[in-house]
Design a protein around this ligand. Sequence first.
Ligand code: TMP
Length: 206
Amino acid sequence: MQPARFISFEGIDGSGKSTQARLLADRLSRDGHAVLLTREPGGSAGAEEIRNLLLTGDTGRWSAETEILLFTAARRDHLEKTIEPALAAGKMVITDRFADSTRVYQGATRGDLRATVDRLHQLMIGREPDLTVLIDMDPATALRRGLARRSGEDRFEDMGLGFQETLRHGFLALAHEARERVVVIDGNRSPDEVAAEVAAQVQARA
Ligand code: TMP
């Protein structure tokens, strides 16, 4: 098993994964690791600009195909400018979302575009996290939570409950397909209980 130095968190909108990514980063820092906590889309100056294009505006602003290009462009910049330098400097990298989000949000919601996502990923990104933590969550509860935040970045939440249910199934199918890399954690519990299980999974891959 690969030691987990590059860890991604995935899940539907409002699943609590950002909180969990932060709690894990805090815990690993307390344990004496050098840790970089980052996010997608974003995590570098250029990718944060692309984030704004992707997450604001009408739900129909971009087709799924155009989104694949924009998310992959943002990821390439994030990888070059932030992730690879941090790993090379010996840091642990924790990212709030990575390529699995594109596989599910763009690849499995508006037609089957998974092969397109995979080909572009292979061409332009070509790497996976050592460990992916999927926070699994009831879509109705998660959507209430996500929309209650009114972050102004709600383009995907605005696609509705049916969309979030499709996402949940897509993530669970992906976790099954990539079982050597993805662990599924039940997010329908208190943040502390979820964080303890996340920490145990990371410890097991130390
Ligand atoms: P978040 O910061 O709340 O996770 O928001 C990011 C949004 O972007 C979320 O709705 C998921 C979406 N997204 C994709 O559709 N594809 C991707 O590849 C990534 C990284 C995010």
